[in-house]
Design a binder for this molecule. Structure first.
Ligand SMILES: N[C@@H](CCC(=O)N[C@@H](CS)C(=O)NCC(=O)O)C(=O)O
Length: 218
């Protein structure tokens, strides 16, 4: 088996994939792509061969001859190919849809609004200073979390959807990490905070933390 993940320690989308790989107990080679140094290595011609969107992560499964971008597509691929020890996307249609709904709340409607390239655009073309940029990111993360918290009320248990880790938890944990960076007071979101703590108690999540990566603080 030969799996490779191109990522960046603080990238929440890369963090999602690291968690999934760890939950599936898969060995992989981690290739750091520095999002800031040299004007951003994700914009280099070499990296664009892997991902023309100029974003991390990129995942390669050499044995299966597949290269993928988009963290959720990567995680769904891993979940289907390696269903053990348990599915991150449940089997039944209603459960699958509800888990995806929670995950997309983060991956589609929250994280993209505070992505590095969006913040850089605000700075470079709309003259936003550091405080304004931080306030923008904080606002959208709080909006996302406020909605998510209410959606979690119906079915959250130890984790976002009952008592087993799902794709929803895999998306929530990196977003909380990101929220803390932007000064969001995450304790106001009781269910999200509980889920975050319960997940981080698991080795797969702990091992995937940004600070535990080879490129941390680089
Ligand atoms: N929808 C994509 C989002 C990927 C993404 O936004 N990656 C960020 C890091 S979390 C990135 O590479 N940002 C670089 C930039 O904005 O220039 C996914 O889930 O993989």
């Amino acid at each position: 088996m030969s799996l490779k993940l191109y990522g960046y320690w603080r990238s929440s989308a890369s963090y999602r994939v690291r968690i999934a790989l760890n939950l599936k107990a898969l060995d992989f080679e981690y290739v750091p792509v520095h999002l800031v140094k040299n004007g951003g290595e994700q914009k280099s011609e070499t990296y664009q061969q892997l991902n023309p969107s100029k974003l991390v992560p990129t995942f390669v499964d050499t044995d299966a001859d597949i290269m993928l971008n988009q963290s959720l597509a990567i995680i769904e691929y891993l979940d289907e190919k390696y269903p053990k020890p348990n599915r991150l996307i449940p089997e039944h249609a209603q459960d699958r849809a509800r888990v995806r709904m929670l995950a997309y709340e983060i991956a589609c409607d929250t994280q993209p609004l505070a992505n590095l390239r969006v913040l850089n655009k605000l700075r470079d073309e709309f003259n936003a200073d550091d405080d304004a940029v931080k306030s923008w990111a904080k606002y959208w993360i709080e909006e996302g979390f406020t909605a998510l918290e209410r959606k979690l009320e119906t079915r959250a248990g130890k984790f976002a959807y009952g008592y087993q880790v799902t794709l929803a938890d895999v998306c929530i944990v990196p977003q909380v990490y990101n929220a803390l960076r932007f000064g969001v007071k995450t304790e106001q979101f009781k269910l999200i905070s509980k889920i975050y703590d319960n997940c981080l108690a698991l080795e797969a999540f702990e091992k995937a933390m940004p600070e535990n990566q080879a490129d941390a603080h680089s």
